[in-house]
Design a protein around this ligand. Sequence first.
Ligand code: DAT
Ligand code: MG
Length: 141
Amino acid sequence: MTAQRTLVLLKPDAVQRGLRGEILRRIEAKGYDIIALAQRTATAEELAAHYAEHEGKPFYPGLVEYMGSAPLVAIVAEGVNVIPGFRSLAGATNPTEAAPGTIRGDLSCEQDLPVIQNLVHGSDSEESAAREIGIWFPELG
Ligand code: DAT
Ligand code: MG
């Protein structure tokens, strides 16, 4: 098995709630290395590229509005099988269904909003990771 890289986003709700340290702690405690990290407010272009697969879905307008509403933290994490490994740490998309022990299961709950706010993003495949790292950290491409 070889090391992988994945793109993690600490979404605006994670930053606003002061959970950057707690989430970074979980990534590092698991044994993954953080090789790039930048906080900024995402541009419309970055979000359109990042969430291209969801364009046209009912929650898409709310998703890009939320993701661009305040600063987020983009991270590249590295480790053996970090792509599925971080998805396991994050938990299910819906915080109600996310298991206790996961980031979403422990630290977020469902809201009465058109878009689910669930603290973190993690790439879902090697292809997605390469594409997403190219969007947020073109210098690593
Ligand atoms: P994930 O972030 O677990 O990979 P996804 O890629 O399917 O999930 O969706 C991207 C984000 O969009 C997700 O983190 C929260 C939001 N979202 C997904 N499905 C949704 C839905 N049915 N209603 C509202 N928001 C949704
Ligand atoms: Mg996804």
